[in-house]
Design a protein around this ligand. Structure first.
Ligand code: PAF
Length: 284
């Protein structure tokens, strides 16, 4: 695997590859790679001639300076993991290379960013859209791979791709979980053993909510989730929503169509998100 640091270098490599007819699969990440990322790399490697991964902890998408400072970074381990799953190129730029000057450009995603992550992390999706646009321009992939754990991010990226006519397909893969049910996340590395156990209760809360769809109202399900999680030490629920999986807007009747159960909470010092998609036929 070749490690490329400069945007101009990855652009030249990609242009040559595209000219020789190669298809390019791209997995953008912020590093501290786990099995969730590696399944995306494996899928990209199976479905394309060339696989490119980026590792860049994007300052523009952090609304909390401590979260940025403490975000796990492990480039040497990431390189070893990427080599083991057959990634061809790692693009690992510096912040100065990605942002040589401050930009005033601003993205707006309308109602999509007025809920959940958009509402609780002002400016987050602007930062995501900025870096993802830059990465798509530099890497020019045919397919770009994202994880379902960041469901709202996937919806934002799909809207971005459509609005800016990026000539690529967005592919989304399901969340990979620890044995305890905890959704894999780079931020889990900041949890101690006990906090990891507490964090696994987020998945239990989603399972509890799933069982109640078609039985209870949205308000009653929300109360049950709040009550359940109130008993978990070190866990502070930020939101639990039942939403349309594509638009992320709240749904009045969760039993009528496919819905996304979305949750965010602080566990100790770390903010985590998770979600589960429930199809009407999955209901008892
Ligand atoms: O999901 C992530 O890791 C990041 O938000 C992304 C897509 C790499 C943009 O920085």
């Amino acid at each position: 695997m070749q490690v490329i640091k400069q945007g101009s270098a990855i652009r030249s490599i990609v242009q040559a590859l595209r000219c020789s007819g190669k298809s390019i699969g791209f997995v953008p990440t912020m590093g501290a790679l786990h099995e969730g990322h590696l399944q995306l790399i494996r899928a990209a490697a199976l479905q394309n001639d060339i696989t490119i991964c980026s590792v860049f902890v994007n300052p523009a998408q952090f609304n909390n300076p401590d979260d940025y400072k403490l975000y796990p970074r492990s480039l040497e381990q990431d390189i070893a993991a990427l080599e083991a799953v057959g990634c061809h190129y790692l693009f690992a730029p510096t912040a100065t290379d990605m942002y040589p000057e401050q930009t005033l450009l601003h993205f707006s995603f309308g109602v999509l960013e007025e809920v959940m992550e958009g509402a609780h992390r002002p400016g987050h999706f602007n930062g995501v859209a900025m870096v993802v646009s830059k990465l798509f321009h530099l890497v020019q992939p045919h397919k770009a791979y994202f994880g379902q754990k960041d469901l709202q991010q996937v919806a934002v990226v799909r809207q971005l791709v459509k609005a800016l006519s990026f000539d690529l397909e967005v592919v989304c893969y399901p969340t990979i979980r620890e044995e305890s049910g905890l959704a894999m996340s780079s931020r889990n590395k900041r949890l101690d053993v006990q906090q990891r156990e507490h964090a696994a209760q987020l998945h239990q809360a989603l399972l509890l909510a799933q069982k109640q769809i078609g039985v209870k109202s949205v308000a009653a399900i929300k109360t049950d989730v709040q009550t359940y999680l109130a008993g978990v030490p070190e866990l502070q629920l930020e939101y639990f929503e039942i939403a349309d999986p594509a638009t992320l807007q709240p749904v009045p009747d969760p039993a009528a169509a496919e819905v996304a159960l979305c949750i965010a909470a602080h566990v100790g010092p770390v903010r985590l998100i998770d979600n589960m998609i429930v199809k009407p036929q999955q209901l008892a």
